[in-house]
Unconditional design. Structure first.
Ligand SMILES: *Cc1c(COP(=O)(O)O)cnc(C)c1O
Length: 397
């Protein structure tokens, strides 16, 4: 059983702030400060170039990959960390499409995050005019998995509404149709239990700065199923994915297994922060986390629906069909979120009218949910959002 009081204490949150945006950027794990300082002063400062060997920098992508792998049900030695999620999407997609040479269609849905779709478009523009990115409504994706499809590129949890796809069912259907699956776990890793090995996913990718709390710009991760690990080609064939990078061969020979999914020099300082963030997860039971996340989300929905008649639930009502976030629609949602932020309740806004709130049991309790409902109710009742400065759009929403 996880004691969430202990994990709560592991994070720094500014005094008085209620942070409902851990689905976008997790808060600072206190121990990351000392860990990063040590990486800079003791490792970089004292060891300089020797640090690659002496401080284990070169092994960090695989070591951190395994720490994340335990949270997403991956086999040991099949997850590696590096680059950003958009890059990892491209890599997984390129590798996956090579595994189905007779097929030409990448299938995704309109609930996917645009960067995933943009990366697919970019890949297709290189593959040639025979290839197609096919988009269907999220509810139609299962029916659209046919033996015409090469690869599915699906994000398990919708970034706007929190709607959750049935990974086991979609993967099984894909496998029966000879389709390779690429799962994006951006809003799943650290949000709910994931069982990559159990559902027999082919590829998975995700980021570490959302629910995993690795910090702004923390590197992404990629999973390749053991059955593909030595055949999948990484497309982005950088030197650190080479079989022997320090032989400096002129030609590329992919490394063994997941190592080939590495590209270039890993971000050591950022990985030090991620390493510290992953310490917090050591004793977390993902089932307990899920139960608590559902309890918090249900409490928030009930509170908002009882006090804010102008807001309409945009997330599925069934908690089993949601991730760890809850969204409401409101035409002036942008202004309402700005007003909330001015009252130290941090949520965010996604166009056109989605007010989004993430529930992360590691550092949020029922008291936070109740306080945020009270503040939101007051803002809505008194139209505190209805001022020109709250309607002025900033660059990052
Ligand atoms: C957050 C998110 C991204 C962001 O990609 P970056 O390259 O890390 O900026 C991509 N895809 C999905 C589904 C996301 O939720």
């Amino acid at each position: 059983m996880t004691d969430f009081t202990a994990t709560r204490d592991a994070f720094h949150l500014p005094d008085g702030m209620i942070y409902l945006d851990g689905n976008s950027l997790g808060p600072l794990p206190k121990r990351a400060v000392a860990r990063v300082a040590a990486a800079m002063q003791d490792e970089w400062g004292e060891h300089l170039i020797k640090g690659w060997n002496a401080c284990g920098w070169m092994d960090m992508p695989a070591r951190l990959g395994d720490r994340i792998g335990r949270l997403i049900g991956a086999e040991e030695g099949h997850v590696v960390v590096g680059d950003t999620l958009s890059i990892k999407v491209y890599q997984a997609l390129a590798a996956a499409i090579k595994l189905t040479p007779d097929r030409r269609v990448i299938l995704s849905d309109t609930g996917n995050f645009p960067s995933d779709l943009y990366m697919a478009e970019g890949l297709i523009s290189l593959l040639g005019p025979d290839y197609e990115l096919r988009l269907v409504e999220p509810e139609e994706i299962e029916a659209a998995i046919t033996d015409e499809i090469a690869v599915t590129l699906v994000t398990e949890i919708d970034y706007r509404t929190g709607r959750k796809h049935d990974m086991a069912a979609l993967t099984a259907k894909a496998q029966a149709a000879g389709v390779v699956t690429v799962w994006d776990l951006a809003h799943s890793a650290g949000a709910l239990p994931v069982d990559l090995a159990g559902v027999q996913a082919d590829f998975a990718v995700g980021c570490t700065y959302k629910y995993l709390n690795g910090g702004p710009g923390a590197p992404a991760f990629i999973y390749v199923a053991p059955r593909h690990a030595d055949t999948a080609l990484p497309a982005l064939s950088g030197w650190l994915g080479h079989d022997s990078p320090f032989a400096f061969d002129l030609g590329y020979t992919p490394g063994a297994g997941i190592a080939r999914m590495r590209v270039g020099t890993p971000p050591v300082v950022q990985m030090a922060a991620l390493d510290a963030a992953l310490d917090v997860w050591e004793d977390v039971d993902m089932q307990a986390l899920r139960a608590q996340s559902i309890a918090l989300s249900e409490r928030f929905i009930a509170g908002v629906e009882a006090t804010c008649p102008d807001l309409t639930l945009a997330s599925p009502r069934n908690p089993e069909a949601r991730g760890s976030q809850v969204s409401f629609r409101f035409a002036d949602g942008y202004a309402a979120i700005q007003a909330l932020i001015a009252h130290d309740v941090i949520g965010d806004f996604r166009a056109p009218d989605i007010m989004r709130f993430g529930f992360t049991p590691l550092y949020l309790g029922e008291d936070d949910v109740d306080a945020s409902v009270d503040i939101l109710a007051r803002i809505m009742r008194n139209r505190l959002w209805d001022t020109p400065n709250f309607k002025q759009r900033k660059a990052v929403t």
